[in-house]
Design a protein around this ligand. Structure first.
Ligand SMILES: Nc1ncnc2c1ncn2[C@@H]1O[C@H](COP(=O)(O)OP(=O)(O)OP(=O)(O)O)[C@@H](O)[C@H]1O
Length: 227
Protein backbone atom coordinates (compact mmCIF):
# COMPACT_ATOMS: atom_id res chain seq x y z
CA UNK A 1 0.00 0.00 0.00
CA UNK A 2 1.39 3.43 -0.83
CA UNK A 3 2.16 5.96 1.88
CA UNK A 4 -0.16 8.94 2.37
CA UNK A 5 1.19 12.13 0.77
CA UNK A 6 1.26 13.97 4.10
CA UNK A 7 1.22 12.82 7.69
CA UNK A 8 1.81 14.90 10.80
CA UNK A 9 2.51 12.77 13.86
CA UNK A 10 2.35 14.32 17.34
CA UNK A 11 3.78 17.57 16.00
CA UNK A 12 4.78 20.20 18.55
CA UNK A 13 5.79 23.81 18.11
CA UNK A 14 6.58 26.36 20.80
CA UNK A 15 7.53 29.97 20.30
CA UNK A 16 9.91 31.59 22.74
CA UNK A 17 9.30 35.17 23.75
CA UNK A 18 10.40 37.52 26.49
CA UNK A 19 7.49 36.37 28.63
CA UNK A 20 8.38 32.66 28.31
CA UNK A 21 7.18 29.93 25.98
CA UNK A 22 4.01 29.82 23.96
CA UNK A 23 3.07 26.23 23.10
CA UNK A 24 1.14 26.56 19.83
CA UNK A 25 1.02 22.95 18.65
CA UNK A 26 0.99 20.27 21.35
CA UNK A 27 0.82 16.97 19.55
CA UNK A 28 -1.05 17.60 16.30
CA UNK A 29 -1.90 14.50 14.24
CA UNK A 30 -3.21 14.71 10.71
CA UNK A 31 -3.10 12.46 7.64
CA UNK A 32 -3.98 13.52 4.12
CA UNK A 33 -4.75 10.67 1.76
CA UNK A 34 -4.00 10.96 -1.94
CA UNK A 35 -6.39 13.41 -3.57
CA UNK A 36 -8.05 14.32 -0.29
CA UNK A 37 -8.99 17.97 0.19
CA UNK A 38 -9.13 19.03 3.82
CA UNK A 39 -10.22 22.39 5.22
CA UNK A 40 -8.50 23.69 8.35
CA UNK A 41 -10.92 26.04 10.08
CA UNK A 42 -9.93 27.46 13.46
CA UNK A 43 -9.95 30.83 15.22
CA UNK A 44 -7.22 33.37 14.61
CA UNK A 45 -4.02 32.68 16.51
CA UNK A 46 -4.64 28.97 17.10
CA UNK A 47 -1.76 27.87 14.88
CA UNK A 48 -3.06 27.30 11.35
CA UNK A 49 -0.17 29.07 9.66
CA UNK A 50 2.30 27.38 11.99
CA UNK A 51 0.88 23.96 11.06
CA UNK A 52 1.02 24.73 7.33
CA UNK A 53 4.61 25.97 7.60
CA UNK A 54 5.64 22.76 9.35
CA UNK A 55 3.77 20.63 6.80
CA UNK A 56 5.45 22.57 4.00
CA UNK A 57 8.91 22.02 5.52
CA UNK A 58 9.35 25.78 5.87
CA UNK A 59 9.97 25.29 9.59
CA UNK A 60 10.96 22.39 11.81
CA UNK A 61 8.83 21.07 14.67
CA UNK A 62 10.06 21.03 18.28
CA UNK A 63 8.62 17.53 18.68
CA UNK A 64 6.90 14.87 16.58
CA UNK A 65 7.50 14.30 12.89
CA UNK A 66 6.26 15.35 9.47
CA UNK A 67 6.14 12.56 6.88
CA UNK A 68 6.05 13.42 3.18
CA UNK A 69 5.09 10.35 1.13
CA UNK A 70 6.36 8.24 4.00
CA UNK A 71 9.72 10.01 4.39
CA UNK A 72 10.41 11.46 7.83
CA UNK A 73 11.34 15.09 7.17
CA UNK A 74 13.46 15.27 10.32
CA UNK A 75 15.88 12.71 8.91
CA UNK A 76 16.45 14.59 5.65
CA UNK A 77 19.28 16.94 4.73
CA UNK A 78 18.49 20.57 3.97
CA UNK A 79 19.02 19.84 0.27
CA UNK A 80 16.54 16.97 0.35
CA UNK A 81 13.98 19.17 2.13
CA UNK A 82 14.46 21.87 -0.49
CA UNK A 83 13.95 19.31 -3.27
CA UNK A 84 10.69 18.12 -1.67
CA UNK A 85 9.47 21.70 -1.31
CA UNK A 86 10.23 22.32 -4.96
CA UNK A 87 8.98 19.07 -6.50
CA UNK A 88 6.30 17.63 -4.23
CA UNK A 89 4.67 20.53 -2.37
CA UNK A 90 2.89 23.60 -3.71
CA UNK A 91 2.35 26.47 -1.26
CA UNK A 92 -0.15 29.32 -1.65
CA UNK A 93 0.31 32.15 0.84
CA UNK A 94 -2.39 34.52 2.05
CA UNK A 95 -0.59 37.39 0.35
CA UNK A 96 0.66 36.17 -2.97
CA UNK A 97 4.43 36.64 -2.45
CA UNK A 98 4.98 36.95 -6.21
CA UNK A 99 8.29 38.39 -7.38
CA UNK A 100 7.39 41.99 -8.31
CA UNK A 101 10.21 42.47 -10.83
CA UNK A 102 9.14 39.50 -12.96
CA UNK A 103 6.09 39.03 -15.20
CA UNK A 104 3.19 36.75 -14.31
CA UNK A 105 4.56 34.16 -16.73
CA UNK A 106 8.11 34.36 -15.37
CA UNK A 107 6.81 33.89 -11.84
CA UNK A 108 5.46 30.51 -12.97
CA UNK A 109 8.44 29.65 -15.18
CA UNK A 110 11.12 30.20 -12.51
CA UNK A 111 10.18 27.37 -10.11
CA UNK A 112 10.09 25.01 -13.09
CA UNK A 113 13.59 26.04 -14.21
CA UNK A 114 14.76 25.39 -10.64
CA UNK A 115 13.29 21.89 -10.96
CA UNK A 116 15.23 21.25 -14.17
CA UNK A 117 12.43 21.79 -16.69
CA UNK A 118 13.56 23.30 -20.01
CA UNK A 119 12.64 26.93 -20.69
CA UNK A 120 10.34 26.17 -23.61
CA UNK A 121 8.35 23.49 -21.73
CA UNK A 122 8.22 25.72 -18.64
CA UNK A 123 6.81 28.59 -20.67
CA UNK A 124 4.17 26.33 -22.24
CA UNK A 125 3.11 25.05 -18.85
CA UNK A 126 2.98 28.61 -17.46
CA UNK A 127 0.80 29.76 -20.36
CA UNK A 128 -1.58 26.84 -20.05
CA UNK A 129 -1.93 27.40 -16.29
CA UNK A 130 -2.53 31.11 -16.82
CA UNK A 131 -5.17 30.27 -19.44
CA UNK A 132 -6.77 27.76 -17.07
CA UNK A 133 -7.14 30.48 -14.46
CA UNK A 134 -8.55 32.99 -16.93
CA UNK A 135 -5.37 35.05 -17.34
CA UNK A 136 -4.64 34.70 -21.04
CA UNK A 137 -3.37 38.06 -22.27
CA UNK A 138 -1.89 38.91 -18.85
CA UNK A 139 1.29 36.81 -19.28
CA UNK A 140 3.65 39.76 -19.54
CA UNK A 141 2.08 41.86 -16.77
CA UNK A 142 4.11 42.32 -13.60
CA UNK A 143 2.14 41.52 -10.42
CA UNK A 144 1.80 45.24 -9.64
CA UNK A 145 -0.34 45.69 -12.76
CA UNK A 146 -2.75 42.90 -11.86
CA UNK A 147 -5.80 43.03 -9.59
CA UNK A 148 -5.73 41.25 -6.22
CA UNK A 149 -7.75 38.34 -7.59
CA UNK A 150 -5.49 38.06 -10.63
CA UNK A 151 -2.38 38.13 -8.45
CA UNK A 152 -3.75 35.34 -6.31
CA UNK A 153 -4.59 33.29 -9.41
CA UNK A 154 -0.98 33.69 -10.56
CA UNK A 155 0.20 32.58 -7.10
CA UNK A 156 -2.00 29.49 -7.34
CA UNK A 157 -0.70 28.75 -10.84
CA UNK A 158 2.86 29.11 -9.51
CA UNK A 159 2.13 26.67 -6.67
CA UNK A 160 0.85 24.14 -9.23
CA UNK A 161 3.66 24.70 -11.74
CA UNK A 162 5.75 21.67 -10.79
CA UNK A 163 2.71 19.36 -10.52
CA UNK A 164 2.91 18.99 -6.74
CA UNK A 165 1.26 16.01 -5.09
CA UNK A 166 0.49 18.12 -2.01
CA UNK A 167 -0.97 21.62 -2.04
CA UNK A 168 -0.88 23.73 1.12
CA UNK A 169 -2.85 26.95 1.10
CA UNK A 170 -2.96 29.53 3.88
CA UNK A 171 -6.13 31.59 3.52
CA UNK A 172 -5.56 31.64 -0.24
CA UNK A 173 -8.44 34.00 -0.91
CA UNK A 174 -8.52 35.74 2.47
CA UNK A 175 -7.66 39.18 1.10
CA UNK A 176 -10.15 39.10 -1.81
CA UNK A 177 -13.74 40.32 -1.94
CA UNK A 178 -16.42 37.67 -1.50
CA UNK A 179 -17.34 37.19 -5.17
CA UNK A 180 -13.73 37.03 -6.35
CA UNK A 181 -12.74 34.76 -3.48
CA UNK A 182 -15.55 32.39 -4.38
CA UNK A 183 -14.54 32.19 -8.03
CA UNK A 184 -10.81 31.78 -7.38
CA UNK A 185 -11.52 29.10 -4.80
CA UNK A 186 -13.82 27.22 -7.15
CA UNK A 187 -11.12 27.18 -9.84
CA UNK A 188 -8.50 26.05 -7.34
CA UNK A 189 -10.63 23.17 -6.02
CA UNK A 190 -11.68 22.05 -9.45
CA UNK A 191 -8.09 21.87 -10.66
CA UNK A 192 -6.80 20.14 -7.54
CA UNK A 193 -9.61 17.55 -7.72
CA UNK A 194 -8.95 16.91 -11.39
CA UNK A 195 -5.26 16.28 -10.76
CA UNK A 196 -5.73 14.14 -7.63
CA UNK A 197 -3.61 16.50 -5.53
CA UNK A 198 -3.94 16.20 -1.74
CA UNK A 199 -4.71 19.64 -0.30
CA UNK A 200 -4.81 21.27 3.12
CA UNK A 201 -6.49 24.65 3.00
CA UNK A 202 -6.74 27.04 5.94
CA UNK A 203 -9.78 29.25 5.65
CA UNK A 204 -12.05 31.37 7.81
CA UNK A 205 -14.89 30.90 5.36
CA UNK A 206 -17.27 28.09 6.39
CA UNK A 207 -19.00 28.15 2.99
CA UNK A 208 -15.73 27.39 1.25
CA UNK A 209 -14.79 24.80 3.85
CA UNK A 210 -18.00 22.88 3.21
CA UNK A 211 -16.96 22.31 -0.38
CA UNK A 212 -13.96 20.26 0.74
CA UNK A 213 -13.92 16.56 1.61
CA UNK A 214 -13.40 17.01 5.32
CA UNK A 215 -13.11 19.83 7.85
CA UNK A 216 -10.69 19.78 10.77
CA UNK A 217 -10.01 22.34 13.47
CA UNK A 218 -7.30 23.12 16.00
CA UNK A 219 -8.14 22.95 19.69
CA UNK A 220 -5.53 23.31 22.40
CA UNK A 221 -2.75 22.63 19.96
CA UNK A 222 -4.22 19.44 18.54
CA UNK A 223 -6.20 18.58 15.42
CA UNK A 224 -9.85 17.74 16.05
CA UNK A 225 -12.72 16.89 13.74
CA UNK A 226 -14.88 19.96 13.20
CA UNK A 227 -18.58 20.25 13.94
N1 LIG B 1 7.62 33.54 14.77
C1 LIG B 1 6.82 33.62 15.85
N2 LIG B 1 7.32 34.00 17.06
C2 LIG B 1 6.54 34.10 18.15
N3 LIG B 1 5.22 33.82 18.15
C3 LIG B 1 4.67 33.43 16.99
C4 LIG B 1 5.41 33.32 15.78
N4 LIG B 1 4.59 32.92 14.79
C5 LIG B 1 3.38 32.78 15.36
N5 LIG B 1 3.41 33.09 16.67
C6 LIG B 1 2.27 33.02 17.60
O1 LIG B 1 1.75 31.71 17.56
C7 LIG B 1 0.32 31.70 17.57
C8 LIG B 1 -0.21 31.00 16.34
O2 LIG B 1 0.08 31.78 15.18
P1 LIG B 1 -0.40 31.36 13.72
O3 LIG B 1 0.02 32.42 12.79
O4 LIG B 1 0.03 29.97 13.43
O5 LIG B 1 -2.01 31.37 13.91
P2 LIG B 1 -3.18 31.32 12.83
O6 LIG B 1 -4.19 30.35 13.36
O7 LIG B 1 -2.62 31.04 11.49
O8 LIG B 1 -3.76 32.79 12.91
P3 LIG B 1 -4.50 33.69 11.76
O9 LIG B 1 -5.80 32.98 11.47
O10 LIG B 1 -4.70 34.99 12.47
O11 LIG B 1 -3.58 33.78 10.60
C9 LIG B 1 -0.09 33.16 17.68
O12 LIG B 1 -0.35 33.44 19.03
C10 LIG B 1 1.12 33.92 17.19
O13 LIG B 1 1.21 35.17 17.79
Amino acid sequence: MSEPPLRLAAVERRYRSGAGELPVLRGADLTLEQGEIVALVAPSGTGKSTLLHLAGLLEKPDGGEVFIEGRAAGTLSDDARTAIRRDTIGFVYQFHHLLPEFTAEENIVLPQLAAGVGRRAARERARSLLALFGLSGRESHPPGKLSGGEQQRVAIARALANRPRILLADEPTGNLDVGTSDRVFHELLEHVRGEGVAALVATHNPELARRMDRIVTLAEGRIAAAG
